[in-house]
Design a protein around this ligand. Sequence first.
Ligand SMILES: Cc1cc2nc3c(=O)[nH]c(=O)nc-3n(C[C@H](O)[C@H](O)[C@H](O)COP(=O)(O)O)c2cc1C
Length: 224
Amino acid sequence: MSETYNLVEATMKVIQDRRSIREYTDEPVSDQDLDMILESARLAPSGENAQPWRFVIVKDPATRKLIGALAGGGSGRRFTAEFVTKKMQERFSSLQDEEKKKAAFQKLTSGQVSTFLAAAPVNIVVCGRKDVWDLPYDTSAAIENMLLVVTALGLGACWVIAPCIDIRDEERIKKLLEIPEGIKVISIISIGHPTRPHRPRPRLPIHELVFREKWAESYYEEPA
Ligand SMILES: Cc1cc2nc3c(=O)[nH]c(=O)nc-3n(C[C@H](O)[C@H](O)[C@H](O)COP(=O)(O)O)c2cc1C
């Protein structure tokens, strides 16, 4: 097998193995691993090579606790809005078990699904220069690089937007971390050692996603 093919296979494996990990052991993330993760972010593409990203590394448990609480609040409000507008019921319509459905709605609207940031040994607070137009795209590229390197290192991570959705929460984080004016908080990435292996979340089939020349024709045949 050629060297190029091996590289493609190894890259695809990392992409396939990546999961959002929300439960971590107490084992710290080594400085060497963290350096590698951050270097992958630094090397990401950005519009006009603006490199508008900035990262605040938070390990202090008291700060993480506050960030986790903000994430819980943001997540709870977002899912409550989803519930009230009936979008959540639509999303779970294929789930027949009414008890399970009720438990899922309760868990989501409580916000507790995003408080795990407090328990992750490292939070990378991804920020960036507000004056750069492509900031959300640029930081997304940097974040994906980090998630893949995290996976390749055998660590786990989750991309968390919950504490950055509401501008009031973003202001609280900025105050907490002394982030200056002109910088936006985009997302927080929790990193740690996973407590257990996770199954992949489902993905849409490729024939629903790709079109040939124009929107009307699928690029791939629907499997029989
Ligand atoms: C832009 C973005 C924001 C996300 N925000 C959150 C979040 O606030 N809380 C959370 O628990 N997961 C969050 N996630 C993780 C997604 O829920 C997860 O990627 C998705 O369910 C697919 O699962 P997988 O990452 O294991 O493949 C976010 C992911 C992305 C890309």
